[in-house]
Design a protein around this ligand. Structure first.
Ligand SMILES: Cc1cc2nc3c(=O)[nH]c(=O)nc-3n(C[C@H](O)[C@H](O)[C@H](O)COP(=O)(O)O)c2cc1C
Length: 364
């Protein structure tokens, strides 16, 4: 028997829950509440996690599988695993290196990094920090189409490979943790890409940006945006088969089943519960991704079994960033990759592509 070269410290975080606990212990309570919290009674926030407990894996044995790869493609982009880094705003509030650190971690882990419109680093800074990683840009729409276009152009010029239009936030959800702690994004936490898109006429404070967002987007706007860029455009925030069909008909290149991590409409379906109806409605026309509540490799395998091409992880990676900067974010991504690999192997699957609907069943 060989011993591990470095003895494991009993306090070393060994899963995402450990990272969350340490983040809570070390972060300012107001900032922790901002990242951890959801809207209203936080039913949807909790349900996103709990929905994974309502499905059981159906492992196949004697499948002759001794090794599993986690590698896959998403919209044709190579990824080391079917888990991408979700767009999360204002990451410098979690760690001074912010988005640059998470983008580098994603690059080292070999997976796709999605930069928020509300990022505290510009697309070109992120491209410089992680030049060989695959990067996508999450887009919010502004009332002035010139601002939206300028943001899209910044992302395209910095070599981002796809756009992800978030459609579940015509207005911010009511985040009661922030109301209780009195937390507001500090005015010095600015969004330089937004300031640049405005031609330097504003500082890019959160108040500036939220005031200028377009609340009344329609399917025509999606079509128009898709036609304005060479990049494929995914729609993030779809929860119904009806909207999934419309997304297919109006130029989307992919769908992210998402409820914004439970931060918008409290009481909306858990994303894993919504996934099957979206997958059925799409009928293979687009790739379907899902996010919300992913904390374990086994969660990822369950999402694949229900028809997702891949998942996005928001808070899981953020806790890694908060605890240990780039290294912490990378450790969380590696942990999840190792967990996905083990779950695939133990389920009798040699790759994400070999996971089928028959690998899950509803819990009794
Ligand atoms: C603190 C925080 C900020 C977020 N900011 C954005 C954002 O700027 N744009 C966006 O599309 N989604 C944003 N999201 C939603 C995430 O992209 C993702 O949908 C969600 O975090 C998934 O749930 P999970 O955290 O349980 O993995 C944010 C989520 C959190 C927790």
């Amino acid at each position: 028997m060989t011993l591990p070269s470095e003895p494991l410290s009993t306090s070393a975080p060994c899963n995402v829950w450990d990272y969350e606990r340490i983040a809570e212990e070390t972060m300012d309570p107001g900032a922790f509440g901002y990242f951890a919290g959801g809207a209203g009674d936080e039913r949807t926030l909790r349900e996103n996690v709990e929905a994974y407990g309502r499905w059981r894996l159906r492992p196949r044995v004697l499948a002759g599988v001794g090794e599993a790869t986690t590698g896959t493609t998403v919209l044709g982009f190579d990824a080391s695993m079917p888990l991408l880094v979700a767009p999360v705003a204002f990451q410098k509030m979690a760690h001074p290196d912010g988005e640059l650190a998470t983008a580098r971690a994603a690059q080292t882990a070999g997976t796709i990094y999605i930069l928020s419109t509300l990022a505290t680093s510009t697309p070109s800074d992120v491209a410089e920090a992680a030049p060989t990683g695959t990067r996508w840009f999450q887009l919010y729409c502004y009332r002035d189409p010139g601002i939206t276009k300028a943001l899209m152009d910044q992302a395209e010029a910095a070599g981002f490979g796809a756009l992800v239009l978030t459609v579940d936030a015509p207005r911010l959800g009511r985040r009661e943790r922030d109301l209780r702690t009195g937390f507001e994004i500090p005015a010095d936490v600015t969004v330089p890409s937004f300031a640049a898109a405005m031609g330097g006429s504003v500082a890019g404070t959160p108040a500036d940006m939220f005031a200028l967002m377009e609340p009344a987007l329609g399917w025509r706007d999606l079509e128009q945006l898709a036609s304005q860029s060479e990049l494929p455009l995914l729609v993030k925030g779809v929860l119904t088969g009806e909207d999934a069909r419309l997304a297919c008909e109006h130029g989307a290149a992919g769908i992210v089943v998402s409820n914004h991590g439970g931060r918008q409409l409290d009481g909306a379906s858990a994303t894993l519960d919504a996934l099957p109806e979206v997958v059925d409605a799409v009928e293979g026309r687009l790739e379907v991704l899902v996010d919300g509540g992913v904390r374990r490799g086994t969660d990822v395998v369950k999402a694949l079994a229900l028809g997702a091409r891949a998942v996005l992880a928001g808070r899981a990676v953020l806790w890694g960033l908060a605890v240990g900067g780039e290294e912490g974010a990378l450790r969380v991504l590696e942990l999840l990759r190792e967990e996905i690999e083990l779950a695939l192997l133990l389920a009798g699957c040699d790759s994400p592509a070999s996971v089928t609907r028959a690998h899950v069943t509803r819990a009794p």
